[in-house]
Structure formats: C-alpha cells, structure tokens
Design a protein around this ligand. Structure first.
Ligand SMILES: NC(=O)c1ccc[n+]([C@@H]2O[C@H](COP(=O)([O-])OP(=O)(O)OC[C@H]3O[C@@H](n4cnc5c(N)ncnc54)[C@H](O)[C@@H]3O)[C@@H](O)[C@H]2O)c1
Length: 387
C-alpha cells in the first residue's frame, strides 16, 4: 500500500494543526497514551475490535458510544459530558475522539462546550473521516427530525491517522468513504477523477491506492478550507452532491450511508447541470458510468421525486425559499448556483429525480435521457477560480 506520506499541516484561525500519519495502529496507540490528561470518546465497535492494540491507553477514562444518528444529538453530547464530569475532567482535559464521523461530531461538540473549550485530538477510523471530515473543523449534531442542524467550527489540536483502520470497515462503509473521495476528485481536476476511477477499476475499493486517495482528498480539501474556513464562499462547493444526497438520506431514514448518498447526489447534480446546458454530456456520461457501476445501493422502500424534493426544501441549506445547488461545469470546475427553489427544481429536473427509480430494489441510477439540454440558469453565480 502506498504510504500516506509526510504530516499534512492545516492552517486554521483557531490554531494550526496537522494530520499525522501512522503506519500501524500500535504506534498510534502509543501516541494517544502520551497525551496530557486524555478523556477518550470512542465508537464502541472500534473500541472492542481494537482492544488489544489500544492497551497502551486502556486505563484512560473513557465514554464509549454506539455510532448511530440517534446518538448524534444534544442528549448524546450530554451523556458524553456527564461521563467526563464523573471521571473528574477539568480544564486540562484533552478529549480524544476515536471513530468515524458520528463519534467525531459528538466528541467535537463535547470538547467545545466543556469549560468553554478544551483541546481535542481526533483519530478517524472510517474512510470517510480519514479522507474528508477529519479536517475542516466542522461539527454538527441532529435536532429533532433534522440532521446536522446544530453545530460549530472547532479545530482539532491534532489528527492521528492510520489507514489500517479501513481494513476492518464493512464494504459499504469503504464505498461510503469513496463517495467523498470521488466528490473531492471531481472538485480537484479531470486527472484526479481519472486516477481514482482507474485505480478503483483496477484494484477495487480496497486496492493499493487507498492511502494515495486519502492524501489527494485531504490536499484538495485543505486548499479549499484554507481559503474559506467558515464556509462563507468557495467552501460551499464541498457540498457538491449533498443537497440531493441529504434528501436521499432523509427519505431512506439514513439507510443509505452518507458517502454513497453523496455519490448518488453528485450524479443527479451532474444530470441537472447537463440538462441546463452547464455540463457537457460526455462528462456527465463519464462520471455516471463510474458511479452507476460502483455506488449502486438497495433501498428498503419506494420513494418518489416529490418526497425527495420535499426533503430538499427542509434541508438546512435551503433558506428563504432558495437552496444553493452545487453544479459541476467541468471536472475541476464546481460552482455554487443559487436560485429560487422552484426555479431550480423545474419540472424537467424533477423528472430527473423520478428517473432515478427508487423502486425498493437495486437502484439503477439510470438518469440517461435523450431530452435536449435546458437553457443556462440566469442565476448562475460562479465561484470557480477561487478554489
Ligand atoms: N463533521 C464533519 O465534517 C462531517 C463530514 C461528513 C460527515 N459527517 C457525519 O459523519 C457521519 C458519518 O460518519 P462515517 O461514515 O465516518 O461513520 P460512522 O461514524 O457513522 O460509522 C460507520 C460505521 O462504521 C463503524 N466503524 C467505524 N470505524 C470502524 C472500523 N475501523 N472498523 C470497523 N467498523 C468501524 C461504526 O461503528 C459504524 O457502524 C454522519 O453523521 C455525517 O453527518 C460529518
């Protein structure tokens, strides 16, 4: 496997930090054991699976959680904080989050609130977290029926990364991580997308290029978050695939893993971009062929376009009747296209969603149509070139 390489320094207004690669879990565990006053918040599956490797810090106080969306709530954060309180934590505590995005979100918010903020160190154990969420300082928890509605920006002090954790992930969780990797590759360039597609085609999702893909993803994301840490401008392009993806997650009650929903969502976004005359048909076809082959999923029920559109209206990114749709104009050229929701999801676009065919069985991801492209939206606002 290609190594992750040198540490990756990230500039942040809250203090710079680095992603520090480790070749094996055992040496990472030694680094955790040397942290000052650690309080561990860990995914229970990871904690059990890696109990032997985590022996160097087994005596540290800890809170172990189930990685479910129900746990990613204020109540879940409170449970973690009560455990920290019971363990005698104070201002000197270092919170150590070990797990995927759910554990990261709960632990980050807990660390941010405890004594108005103590340092936290993050050990990402899912591919999605390694390649994407471990940098950027975002955290969010769910409120009522709404996902990720409460949150803040809080940078980690360090990110300790070992890609060997991916060895024990379920296949769908590896594919989910690749959904975000594909998103970042398209944001980066045609060459980056081709490299990921070709490597995966040759070696599968667990092939030898996985670490190189993690590195590429982190470097792309770093470039964007260092320009716009607080997502006021160009960082919004990292939500490419998410408006549709979040809607799919909502209507399937999170049965579709996040990154797989993002892969599906960026394919739908590309379809919409092509229909509007913003993206060349050949590019849509190129990405679609890969996504359709590698990111198909099963859904338990049948969902129609109306429920997806209604979920999109409820998305937290929709405000005052408009939602920022992020559309690729070419590989390496992804832009924010703000428009009134109704104008944006015109009947033809809604037809695209219907074509997705959420039939309750294998989802064909068949968006192909022979209809002519739409006119270009007059509301197009380009952020390309900033990234
Ligand atoms: N804060 C951010 O910037 C950000 C970004 C993207 C997504 N998210 C959030 O992250 C969540 C999804 O996170 P995720 O996909 O990283 O995973 P997750 O935390 O949902 O975990 C997925 C599954 O993998 C298991 N697992 C984790 N590591 C493992 C390992 N090494 N071996 C075996 N099993 C392991 C978990 O127990 C769980 O069953 C969503 O709630 C999403 O909203 C946050």
């Amino acid at each position: 496997m290609i190594a992750l390489g040198a540490p990756l320094a990230i500039a942040s207004s809250q203090g710079d930090y680095a992603v520090e690669p480790f070749g094996d879990v055992a040496s990472l565990a030694v680094a955790v054991a040397s942290l000052r006053d650690p309080f561990v918040i860990a995914d229970e599956r990871v904690w059990k699976r890696y109990a032997d490797a985590f022996a160097p810090f087994a005596s540290a106080p800890r809170y172990v959680l189930a990685a479910t969306e129900a746990e990613k709530t204020l109540a879940g954060v409170e449970r973690a904080l009560l455990a920290l309180q019971a363990a005698g934590g104070d201002k000197r505590t270092t919170v150590v989050a070990i797990g995927g995005g759910i554990t990261q979100d709960v632990a980050t918010l807990a660390a941010h609130l405890w004594y108005r903020g103590v340092p936290y160190v993050y050990v990402p154990t899912t591919l999605l977290a390694m390649a994407d969420s471990c940098i950027g300082a975002k955290c969010a928890v769910n409120l009522g029926a709404f996902k990720n509605q409460l949150g803040t920006f809080a940078s980690p002090q360090r990110v300790l990364l070992c890609e060997r954790f991916a060895d024990t992930l379920a296949d769908d969780d590896v594919r989910s991580g690749y959904g975000e990797i594909v998103k970042l590759a398209i944001v980066e360039s045609a060459a980056a997308f081709a490299a990921v597609r070709d490597d995966v085609t040759a070696g599968g999702f667990r092939g030898p290029a996985l670490a190189a893909h993690v590195r590429m993803s982190l470097e792309t994301k770093r470039r964007i978050i260092e320009l716009d840490e607080h997502e006021r401008d160009v960082r919004r392009i990292l939500n490419y695939g998410h408006t549709f993806g979040h809607a799919l997650e909502a209507v399937t009650n999170n049965a579709v893993p996040h990154g797989i929903a993002v892969a599906w969502g960026l394919d739908v976004a590309n379809f919409v971009a092509w229909r509007r005359g913003l993206l060349a048909r050949a590019v849509y076809d190129e990405v679609h062929a890969f996504v359709a082959e590698r990111f198909a999923f099963r859904s338990a029920g049948a969902y129609d376009a109306a429920s997806l559109i209604s979920a999109m209206r409820r998305d937290k990114k929709a405000s005052a009747g408009s939602v920022a749709l992020i559309l690729a104009h070419a590989l390496g050229d992804v832009r924010v296209v703000p428009a009134p929701l109704d104008a944006q999801l015109r009947p033809a676009d809604a037809a695209a969603l219907r074509l997705v065919g959420l039939q309750g069985s294998e989802v064909p991801l068949n968006l192909t149509t022979t209809n002519a492209p739409h006119e270009t939206s007059p509301h197009t606002a380009s952020l390309a070139g900033n990234g």
